[in-house]
Structures are given as C-alpha cells and as structure tokens.
Design a protein around this ligand. Structure first.
Ligand code: FE
Length: 162
C-alpha cells in the first residue's frame, strides 16, 4: 500500500482550504446586493455591521424591537428588503424579536450554521446576505417556527393609522 506523504497531505489540505474559500465567495455572490466591506462599514452603525456582516448577536432584552408591539413592517437594516410583519410577531420570552413567518419565503434564505458546536438554521436576507438571526422549530402555530431575529438587523416602519 502506498503511504500518503506529508507533501501530498499538505497539497490536499491546501486544495481543501482554497475550495472552502471558493465556496464562501460563491455563497456571497448569490446575493443581488453586493458591497465592499468598506462600503458596509460606512453605511451601517458599528452594531449593525457587527450583526449583519460579522454574524454577531445582540444581548437578549437589549434590542430596540423585542418588546415592540406597534403595527407595521420590519425591513432589513442593510438593504431595505421587507422581512417580517407585526402580524406574525409574538412574545417568545427570548428577549429577541420573534416571528412565526417572514412576509415572503423568498425574502430570506436559510443556511446551515454549525458554529459553537451546534447545528442551527441561520436566517440571512436574500437580497444582501446580511445575517439576521436563527430559526427554531419551537414557535407557535400555524407554522410552528420561531424566527429569532436581532433588532439591530431590522428597521421598523409603523403602519399609518387610518
Ligand atoms: Fe438585506
């Protein structure tokens, strides 16, 4: 049997790493809104940048929307895409804005997230790829889903009162 030499192993490892980097680049290219890191930094607040572009998480019960009960629509803080309606927002007790459904399944994208030794469904904006939060299957009916979203990833616009 032929043994795998160290140079062969190093070559394979390099190929594998460049392949993964290519994959990541490919995933980022999937989104219609493309901006450089400098552009995102200039447009977003440091907190928005950390959450949307670096997949950060705000501390529970500290965001501006977890207890917001006004009627209206939540838009992506990165690109303005409509994401969630107050009609599907509910009190989850988690300390983050929680919804049982997005305004349109096409406006978000679900990505497998295996960070922190957990398998979770990450939710990103389908237009700009910004990290929004995670989806769990312990939500209320009719979907049974909980979209757990960072306030800093959202811009709320209140519905005009008639
Ligand atoms: Fe977006």
């Amino acid at each position: 049997m032929k043994t795998v030499t160290i140079p062969t192993f190093a070559l394979l490892a390099t190929l594998c790493i460049s392949c993964m980097a290519q994959d990541k680049k490919q995933q980022q290219n999937d989104f219609p809104v493309q901006k450089t890191d400098e552009e995102w930094r200039a447009e977003l607040t440091p907190e928005e940048y950390h959450i949307l572009r670096e997949k950060g998480t705000e501390r529970a019960f500290t965001g501006k929307y977890w207890h917001n009960t006004a009627k209206g629509t939540y838009y992506c803080a990165g690109c303005g895409e409509a994401l969630f309606s107050s009609d599907t927002k509910y009190k989850s007790g988690s300390g983050w804005p929680s919804f049982w459904q997005p305004v349109d399944e096409h406006n978000i994208k679900v990505v497998m997230d295996t960070s922190y030794n957990m398998v979770r469904e990450e939710i990103v904006c389908a237009r700009c790829g910004g990290h929004l939060g995670h989806r769990f299957n312990d939500g209320p009916q009719p979907t049974g889903m909980r979209y757990c979203i960072n306030s800093a990833a959202l811009d709320f616009k209140e519905e005009e009162k008639k």
